[in-house]
Design a protein around this ligand. Sequence first.
Ligand SMILES: [Ca+2]
Ligand SMILES: [Ca+2]
Ligand SMILES: [Ca+2]
Length: 265
Amino acid sequence: MKFTALIPFAALACATAFAGRIWVPQNALYLRTDGLTARDGSDDFTGVIPTNDVTDPAYGTPATVAGGAGGVLSPHIDVDREPGNAPVDLTGDDFDLAFTFQFFDLDGQFGFTENFNDRVQINILPVASNTDLSPRGEAGPQHQDTNFEVRTSPNYDFSATAGGGWFHAEVIFVEDGGSSGSAANLGFGFNPSGGGIGALGAGGGGDPADYGGVGYVPINGTNGGQAIFDTDPDSGQSWGSLLVPEPGSLLLSLGSLGLLLRRRR
Ligand SMILES: [Ca+2]
Ligand SMILES: [Ca+2]
Ligand SMILES: [Ca+2]
């Protein structure tokens, strides 16, 4: 797969740089790790987490094996149906898909839903801003669903701790064998108001109609359309991914992005 084919150019055209950091709105970072052939759960959630270092030589690698590195920008987290919505690849067996992104939530209460076959893990960390991923409080409780055809809908409530603001999300989807993707309806979604959609804390039972697809309009089964994130009144941003080049390479990185844009035209 060509590197240039993986980059959402419209998003990069909107990307902005802050003191050596590049914010790419409305994109997640994605990596697929193949070769996780254990079927006893022992290699669940071991897929490589994307790095947001744009200077990583493996950046743009669509698939890797344990020990690899890199990340691919994806304008959506669409895990609904095989073969997948590029660059997300749901074909084959024995892989993990790992996504990271940052989002703003005004009151610190929100929820996710998933019905991914086979398994899912979600980690949420309050961070300083979309251009500073320093923690600003304790991480939320780690959510795991290791049942392959059960919808789970964890809610989060940071209102009494870190409060509203920016959050870093890390989501890992596991496939062993058989089909992969959503067992029914929306495979993975977000709701910006955690209250009222099941008990707060891990495992609330959400209606898929109350959750939106991240960065896309789902077309399979019940769903709430495209997810809506709150807007940060300071930056005007709602969700996306921060890329962090080495300080000395910022101009090189920006120049490379510009070169890609010119080549595309
Ligand atoms: Ca496995
Ligand atoms: Ca909220
Ligand atoms: Ca499966």
